[in-house]
Design a protein around this ligand. Structure first.
Ligand SMILES: NC(=O)c1ccc[n+]([C@@H]2O[C@H](COP(=O)([O-])OP(=O)(O)OC[C@H]3O[C@@H](n4cnc5c(N)ncnc54)[C@H](OP(=O)(O)O)[C@@H]3O)[C@@H](O)[C@H]2O)c1
Length: 159
């Protein structure tokens, strides 16, 4: 099973705001995210899940929290208490890949575990305080790029 990070990153590295908001709305980027992840497990931090408000449809939603009392009362949502536990569970699912979909805290831990990354580099800077971690070019090779209106989708493979 491949572990794939998917994210949208502004020119200044911002991916969101700690109050939960995504600082932009680009419909085509949301559509790309949906098309890419549909049918696969998506792993996210508790804060990102709360910003969504409800599970992403057509995907098993896996939420990471340190709060062992916490359970999320939705079908299609499973909670785990570490990223490693979540990934080990996904490996049992007979799925070709699982996506790590954020936010900042989960990307920082996930970037050393991922096999591939699909990053939408937005054409603008954004106002926020949650950032994507540094992409080390000694570890990550840019595989392909696809220009869209307001963003470019870049695929990375681990070297
Ligand atoms: N642009 C994008 O592509 C994108 C994608 C996703 C999210 N976002 C943005 O990112 C922001 C949220 O990111 P964030 O960094 O604040 O939060 P986050 O990564 O979504 O969630 C952090 C939470 O995850 C849990 N967690 C983290 N590491 C854990 C571990 N090792 N074991 C167990 N639980 C762990 C903790 O939950 P508990 O506190 O419950 O213990 C922690 O508070 C939002 O603004 C959102 O809009 C942007």
């Amino acid at each position: 099973m491949k572990i794939v990070i998917i994210s949208a990153v502004a020119q200044n590295g911002v991916i969101g705001r700690s109050n939960g908001d995504l600082p932009w709305k680009v419909k085509e980027e949301f559509q790309h995210f949906k098309n890419t992840t549909l049918g696969f497990p998506v792993i996210m931090g508790r804060k990102t899940f709360e910003t969504l408000g409800k599970p992403l449809k057509g995907r098993l939603n896996i939420v990471i929290t340190r709060d062992k009392e916490r359970s999320f009362e939705f079908d299609d949502v499973k909670e785990f208490y570490s990223l490693n536990e979540a990934i080990e569970y996904c490996k049992t699912l007979n799925t070709e890949k699982s996506f790590i979909i954020g936010g900042g805290e989960i990307y920082r831990q996930g970037i050393s575990l991922a096999d591939e990354m699909i990053i939408s580099f937005m054409d603008f800077e954004a106002d926020g305080d949650v950032y994507f971690p540094e992409i080390n070019e000694k570890i990550w090779k840019r595989d392909s790029g696809e220009k869209r209106n307001q963003f470019e989708i870049v695929h990375y493979k681990r070297i």
